[in-house]
Write a protein that binds this ligand. Structure first.
Ligand SMILES: [Zn+2]
Length: 289
């Protein structure tokens, strides 16, 4: 940025005025922020720290922080908020972590957020709460929602496959699957440290491949709601929500405030943080002495 600036201070305004001067402040602030982010990344002491910085800079990763406390589906308890902030800031869930996960014996001293990807009942509950949030949203706007629909497609072998939801607004039919990915898991650190939303891409490709035939047979669009535990929305998750919002416009007989129609991303962002807190607190209750 410095190279683009005029050296004498008195020429500063004239220099940018001659270049059009439009959006000067935002251009300078953006450049400055990019520089700060670059130096923070370069000075990150470990791959895990690099991965965390990339994760919290992913699109929508801070959406849950600005949720409206006046809406029940946006509400986070103090514990939810504390756990979310500690993950975001690179702190362990609590200052004194137990030594090992009581379920799989993973080392919690080297990976304090291991609970967020250790398979268990609450991981499934976090996933299901996102599916339910989408179903509730669709129903509220006058659409038809089916949770884990069975027997889809023409292929007998694939009839056992069940995407997480089928959502219909008028003639539009959307099939969707939800994934909440922990980019800071030990197995993803190498990839996640290279940039935002990199390690989630394999999961998305796999799901698209798995449900492609069913979506074709059902004449539906298939979308993957791929979110990260740190709050980030993949491009596919954004596209999935946008597709639902667009489809909902076909149903004109239900009145809905704008923040409901366009609030689904916020509801999902909050559901992920609530689920995270529940998982981590349950793990700590089990493993702390
Ligand atoms: Zn474990």
């Amino acid at each position: 940025m410095r190279a683009e600036l005029p050296v004498p201070v008195e020429e500063f305004v004239g220099h940018f005025a001659a270049a059009g001067g439009k959006h000067l402040q935002s251009t300078l602030v953006r450049s400055r922020n990019q520089q700060i982010a670059k130096s923070v990344l370069e000075s990150a002491p470990s791959l895990r720290e690099k991965a965390r910085i990339h994760a919290i800079r992913a699109p929508k990763a801070s959406l849950w922080l600005s949720s409206l406390r006046s809406r029940r589906e946006h509400l986070l308890t103090d514990d939810d908020f504390r756990i979310g902030l500690r993950l975001r800031f690179g702190l362990p869930p609590v200052d004194h972590m137990p030594d090992a996960c009581g379920q799989c014996h993973a080392d919690l001293q080297s990976d304090p957020w291991h609970y967020l990807c250790c398979p268990g009942r609450l991981i499934t509950a976090r996933h299901n709460s996102c599916t339910c949030a989408i179903c509730a949203w669709v129903t509220r706007l006058g659409g038809y929602a089916k949770y884990e629909p069975k027997g889809l497609g023409h292929d007998e072998e694939k009839k056992a496959l069940r995407p997480d939801g089928r959502w219909e607004f008028g003639a539009s039919c959307i099939l969707g699957d939800i994934t909440i990915h922990h980019a800071l898991a030990q197995s993803h650190i190498a990839k996640s440290s290279k940039g935002p939303l990199l390690s989630i891409q394999d999961v998305i490709s796999e799901k698209k491949k798995k449900y492609a035939d069913i979506a074709r047979d059902e004449k539906a669009k298939f979308h993957v709601f791929a979110l990260e535990t740190t709050g980030g929305f993949s491009t596919q998750a954004n596209a999935a929500v946008d597709a639902l919002v667009e489809a909902s416009k076909a149903v004109h007989y239900v009145w809905a405030p704008k923040e409901v129609t366009f609030g689904l991303k916020r509801v999902l962002a909050v559901a992920v943080q609530r689920g995270n807190a529940e998982i981590v607190l349950a793990g700590l209750r089990r493993d702390s002495r």
